[in-house]
Write a protein that binds this ligand. Structure first.
Ligand SMILES: Nc1ncnc2c1ncn2[C@@H]1O[C@H](COP(=O)(O)OP(=O)(O)OP(=O)(O)O)[C@@H](O)[C@H]1O
Ligand SMILES: [Mg+2]
Length: 338
């Protein structure tokens, strides 16, 4: 029997507090501020613990300000934790940033790592020097990236002339250039159209399948998570509220359905007087459409449809599983209870 490999990322009680100078309004406030600075502390990451194993594809999910980027910055060594431990491939990232850098690739969707005014290819060459990438690996990778991400025609252009999607693809390729063991992607698909998003998703999955690259992904597009990841860690106000498989999340909400009903009647807001059974929530009501959310275990589908038929002139009904999007929204609101 073979035992499973040790975790490649291990985090224990990881905590980060930011100190923010408090200042009072007005001139007196400004003077006071100069002499005695008072600080408020924000605990952005609060005693977070997890292990991630080689080759895992993990979605790190949370609302704005939940602490995702702060966690990633501690994993990459950019930030020093206030408390707790972090080990990445046996290295404490903030103590040995250079050595840690050899093992990781990072993409922050909000900004580029490339030099603005020079052709894209120069940024690739620079990375080749920095990481001392052997020529054969460099050549092989450039071929794969040009093929899968279709960036060949972009290499001669200066970065400032690229569209957002083109720039993102180049940033992604650069992050993978030195064959890192781990890739951190902080909102890599932000602002991109659906085709580019899909291209990026399939590239990430290809790299993971072929090289066993470990992927940590933060995104607000839960379709990214659904398409790429097997596991999700959900954080809220710096604390982990869920860590487990995406399938388990879906199974838990497997009895939840969304009903789309199209009616002849002209519905007006405020008229939502349908006597619906308990456990059904109205998500949309207006024009000729009603959208309902229900848990089949709590409310009978037949009963709900019967109620609707009695009150409306129904043209069409469709029933869907709930999206990962609305599931996560529900977990944010109610937490995850076993
Ligand atoms: N440099 C900083 N100084 C002070 N507070 C900060 C700093 N960076 C982040 N914070 C605060 O820490 C908390 C977590 O921020 P973080 O950027 O990690 O969130 P996030 O989950 O990445 O959010 P988003 O989805 O908006 O990117 C927030 O309350 C934020 O205001
Ligand atoms: Mg962020």
């Amino acid at each position: 029997m073979s035992s499973s490999p040790p975790p490649i990322i291990s985090v224990r009680n990881l905590t980060k507090e930011y100190k923010i100078a408090r200042r009072t309004e007005g001139f007196i406030g400004a003077v006071k501020y100069l002499f005695s600075r008072k600080y408020d502390t924000v605990r952005a990451v609060d005693r977070v613990s997890f292990d991630i194993y080689p080759g895992e594809l993990v979605g790190y999910i949370g609302k704005n300000g939940a602490g995702k980027s702060t966690t990633i910055k501690m994993l990459t060594g950019v930030l020093v934790p206030t408390q707790g431990e972090v080990k990445v491939n046996g290295i404490v990232p903030y103590r040995d940033r250079t050595k840690n850098g050899q093992n990781i690739g990072v993409v922050f969707g909000q900004r580029t790592q490339m030099k603005w005014d020079i052709p894209v290819i120069e940024s690739f060459r620079l990375m080749k020097e920095i990481y001392q990438i052997p020529p054969d690996i460099y050549k092989q990778n450039m071929e794969i990236f040009c093929d899968v991400l279709d960036i060949g025609s972009l290499l001669a252009k200066p970065v400032r002339k690229l569209s957002l999607g083109q720039r993102m693809k180049c940033d992604l390729a650069i992050a993978f250039l030195h064959n890192p063991k781990i890739i951190y992607l902080d909102e890599p698909t932000i602002g991109l159209d659906i085709l580019v998003k899909e291209n990026i998703r399939s590239f990430i999955k290809t790299m993971n399948a072929e090289r066993n690259t470990t992927v940590i992904l933060t995104t607000h597009d839960l379709n990214d998570i659904d398409s790429i990841c097997q596991r999700a860690i959900i954080i809220d106000s710096g604390k982990i509220v869920y860590d487990g498989s995406i399938d388990a999340i879906k199974a838990r909400f497997g009895t939840h359905k969304v009903l789309h009903i199209e009616v002849k009647d002209n519905l007006r807001q405020g008229d939502e007087v349908v006597q619906l059974p308990a456990g059904v929530t109205v998500q949309e009501f207006g024009e000729h459409r009603i959208k309902l959310h229900l848990n089949k275990e709590a409310a009978s589908l037949a009963e709900v449809i019967q109620t609707l038929i009695e009150q409306y002139n129904i043209v069409d009904i469709s029933i869907e599983d709930v999206s990962i999007e609305s599931i996560v929204k529900q977990i944010y609101q109610e937490g995850w209870h076993e």
